[in-house]
Design a protein around this ligand. Structure first.
Ligand code: CA
Length: 386
């Protein structure tokens, strides 16, 4: 009698689990999941290069080894090789500096040595400051500030509140530019709508015009800037130095950060398919897979909260050439992925002295890895090999 009660209780208690599993397998995507490795001290020494930056967001090295660094409240500074911060450069466009908004990425033109041109991505306020959207401006880096500033991209529509502005700027080998964006948080359904620029990776020419070979050019009711869609919030992007293909990492909700290789015209699923759940624990969308929607190459659950990414091409650290590095905001670490034939073959994480909110990662002209930390007194750190 007692045994029967126990068995019955077991059957009842496992029923919802079985139902859940059956439902899961009906739409199982089968993408590769991070094993969530531990995060020991990095191999080498972490040195502070600069400090006192207010929520630094993006870094780009100038050819002489100095760095351009954005601060999210709306300042752009040069960090000298001695770590000294310049005064804020003049000419930076007005930014919507609230919540996740503000001045975001900075990138040098592929022909910077000839044209001294840089690009900034940022949250741009609307006319009355009640709405905002991601934007990109180009400018010439003058002696003490930006000159010939021109806004070359504006995400449409601008919306109220919300976060998820993305964004990173990456140049393709053909000279066109990718801008990664987010779904503006409260508007996630628009990631699937092709007349909206929310939740999209876009591709434009460096003067702001639209490349004629973009996947949706000429299609009625579709924004011609769109390269790929169904993205949640892409704050990590790199052009793979071997293949020339775009790699991105996007923030999921609870679980479901994704490594993607966005290809022209493809749908990356958000918010219809995802490996994550809402912060409340509720299911999002329809499952993890659906016909016509791409699987991520790799996903993280629990999340790493990815921001900033670099493909390492140097030879200063044994065994790291060809690895991809991603900054983790939460739990805070530098994540290293080894890739082979478009798959992740190994993930390592370095915490310890790098156990901070890492907002961007770059390779310096000296072949060393630099990161910036997201805090009111953010720092530039350099990882020196043993
Ligand atoms: Ca996806």
């Amino acid at each position: 009698m007692r045994l029967r009660i126990v068995v019955a209780a077991l059957v009842i208690s496992t029923l919802p689990l079985c139902a859940q599993k059956a439902q899961k397998s009906a739409s199982a995507g089968g993408a590769q999941e991070s094993p969530t490795p531990s995060a020991p001290e990095p191999p080498g020494r972490v040195t502070e290069v600069a400090t006192g930056l207010e929520h630094p967001w993006g870094i780009a090295f100038l050819p002489d080894g100095r760095m351009l660094v954005t601060e999210r409240p709306g300042r752009l500074r040069i960090v000298g090789r001695d770590g000294r911060l310049s005064a804020p450069l003049t000419g930076v466009p007005k930014v919507y500096a609230r919540g996740q908004g503000g001045l975001l990425d900075v990138a040098l033109d592929p022909q910077f040595a000839q044209n001294r041109t840089i690009y900034l991505s940022y949250a741009e306020p609307g006319e009355d400051d009640s709405v905002a959207g991601t934007a990109v401006a180009r400018a010439v880096l003058g002696a003490s500030g930006l000159e010939n500033v021109k806004v070359i991209y504006q995400q449409q529509p601008k919306v109220r509140r919300g976060g998820h502005y993305g964004s990173r700027i990456v140049f393709r080998r053909d000279g066109t530019m990718f801008i990664t964006q987010g779904d503006r948080m409260d508007y996630r359904e628009q990631a699937q709508e092709l007349d909206s620029l929310l939740g999209k990776v876009v591709r434009i020419n460096r003067d702001g015009s639209i490349p004629k070979d973009n996947p949706f050019v000429g299609r009625k009711g579709v924004r011609p800037e769109i390269w790929s869609y169904g993205h949640r919030n892409v704050q990590s992007a790199v052009l793979h130095p071997d293949t020339g293909q775009l790699w991105t990492v996007e923030h999921g909700a609870r679980g479901g950060d994704e490594l993607n290789q966005p290809e022209a015209g493809k749908n990356y699923g958000w918010p219809v398919i995802t490996y994550g759940r809402d912060y409340s624990g509720m299911k999002i969308g329809e499952g993890t897979a659906k016909a016509g929607m791409e699987q991520p190459v790799y996903y993280w659950d629990p999340v790493i909260a990815p921001s900033g990414m670099v493909a390492y091409t140097g030879d200063k650290y044994p065994g790291w050439k060809g690895s991809i590095f991603i900054g983790s905001l939460t739990p805070g670490a530098l994540v290293r992925l080894t890739l082979q034939n478009g798959r992740v073959t190994k993930e390592e994480r370095y915490g310890g002295a790098l156990n901070e909110r890492i907002r961007d990662v770059e390779q310096g002209p000296d072949g060393l890895i630099y990161v910036i930390t997201d805090s009111p007194r953010g720092r530039v750190l350099r990882l020196e090999p043993k």
